[in-house]
Design a protein around this ligand. Structure first.
Ligand SMILES: *[C@@H]1O[C@H](CO)[C@@H](O)[C@H](O)[C@H]1NC(C)=O
Length: 241
């Protein structure tokens, strides 16, 4: 498989105390996405924390920082309502706990997409559904089994609702799917991941979705500072990846 380009998302100015859990996302995109997703950067809006600002306040802060793209880890209706009319494009998440149920039938997926995506369109600009998070390479093998059927059913629902041109269905993975993690261009999948990853990538190829990796360059650096240039972790000039 060829990795065509890296899509780095440097937004260090957003890492203020307001946003303890706004993690930067680094998407490694390896596909020929036929959709119009040509994002340059965005932020992940995590909400597992205390003293969180109200979603409406977050919208204001994001606009001030000129952040036009976000990912959330669920499809929280309060958040989706707050982003109505904001012009900010959103990838919602189908949490891991739903995968088993979604894998059992397209009617379940249809209901989920209707209630959590379609109901908020077009005012809230949902543009993607992340089906599960970091499943392959993770510890729960049952989830490895249900990821593909769940992704198929979610896509089937999106397709039948006539939303396939605006909603991209994918599934982000961690670097745990790789046997090595540096340099990224030399990564190969772990042998036990391959039988699950291959059909998933075939699906994404068929439906024109990208392959997403949640990459944390500083973790790679931390694990091997002797061989990895710190500039790689700091987004400064380096020899390439
Ligand atoms: C989004 O805002 C528009 C305009 O105010 C409104 O008509 C629409 O019902 C809102 N959508 C949702 C899902 O609340």
């Amino acid at each position: 498989m060829d990795c065509n380009f890296f899509d780095y998302l440097p937004t260090s100015h957003m890492a203020s105390s307001f946003f303890l859990l706004l993690f930067l996302s680094f998407s490694l995109v390896c596909s020929h996405a036929k959709h119009s997703v040509t994002w340059t950067y965005g932020i992940s809006y995590g909400r597992i924390a205390d003293n969180l600002r109200a979603p409406e306040t977050v919208v204001t802060l994001l606009k001030a920082a000129k952040v036009n793209h976000i990912r959330i880890y669920d499809a929280d209706h309060g958040v989706l309502t707050a982003f109505n009319g904001s012009g900010i494009e959103i990838i919602v998440g189908l949490p891991n706990g739903y995968l088993k149920e979604m894998s059992t039938g397209e009617d379940r997926s249809m209901n989920w997409v209707k209630e959590n995506v379609q109901a908020f369109l077009p005012g809230t600009q949902i543009r993607g559904i992340a089906v599960g998070n970091e499943i392959l390479g993770g510890s729960d093998m049952e989830l490895w089994e249900v990821l593909l059927p769940a992704a198929k059913n979610i896509y089937g629902a999106v397709y039948r609702l006539g939303l396939k041109e605006i909603i991209q269905v994918s599934s982000p993975h961690s670097e745990a799917v790789f046997a090595n993690s540096f340099p990224p261009s030399a990564c190969i999948f772990k042998p036990d991941v391959v039988p699950f990853m291959k059909p998933l990538l075939q699906l994404f190829s068929q439906i024109g979705s990208p392959f997403y990796i949640n990459a944390y360059p500083f973790l790679a650096y931390k694990n091997d500072p002797q061989h990895i240039d710190i500039n790689y972790a700091l987004f400064k000039d380096n020899r390439g990846i």
